[in-house]
Design a protein around this ligand. Sequence first.
Ligand code: FUB
Length: 326
Amino acid sequence: MMRRSNERKPLVKHIYTADPSAHVFNGKIYIYPSHDEDLDLPDDDDGGQYMMVDYHVLSMDDLDSECIDNGVALSFSDVPWVSKQMWAPDAVYKNGKYYLVFPAKDKDGIFRIGVASSESPVGPFVPQDNYIEGSYSVDPAVFSDDDGRTYLYYGGLWGGQLEMWQSGSFNKDEKRPEGDERALGPMFAEFNDDMTGFISKPKNLTILDERGEPLKASDEERRYFEGPWLHKFNGKYYLSYSTGSTHYICYAVSDTPDGPFTYKGRVMEPVIGWTTHHSILEINGEWYLFYHDSELSGGNNHKRCVKYTRLNIDSDGNIETIKPYD
Ligand code: FUB
């Protein structure tokens, strides 16, 4: 199949960008990425190299047009509760406003999830005074269901601190699940109408294997690590996510938004760089994957660039695995 002129190429080159959450608002494509800093920091397993301080919203009139950087939409110095590390955001349109939903470390060094709002999809966004009560960890993905309910999927292992909440409160020394123990899934919660809080207690989602058994912690090629995304296809809920340490994007399917989800397969093989993080979007009846790799920086894990490519889904809802460099 012929590729589009922008396909599988860095959408912007003047800044490093990652973790693209893409949406269509008013017929235009908006991308809400992390803004990677051009700093030379050593890699560690806690994500200390990801020192982002602000968000820029990118936009495109269509898939073939130039990708525009709309400047700083929210900076860490504008958010009263944030100390550092503004990681992967998402956005949603609700009740006539655009909401940016973002994770960052609070003053105690604990990842929380906050919300900021704007009249415009590109901001500037005005943050709420505090993070969402009961929120923790990273990688928020907001899903608006057909009935108007707004769900949040989030959570990341290791530097994303998800394991540290297994007891219900924060414990930085909490043991990670291992071996045959049930793997942690992403967290799930429902937002209230004005996006100021959760109306349900967050719960950890289960991903089942083909025998109906929860995926095990040792199953690193299939278990959840970070970067959840939710899209709906033919009435079913598709949860896609990164497997982190094995660098795949995988997907699992459910009849309900809060699972359990059953593992189905891979969306994409590994990209250049340690992390992989994506969003899935229908544009004019075709499906696209927005993702990142570290091609622009020659492989630096924390200097990434966002890209998109076509996603093929067959009539039964099976996703064809993407080989990003074929
Ligand atoms: O961008 C910082 C972190 O890297 C994100 O939270 C993860 O999903 C990974 O892409």
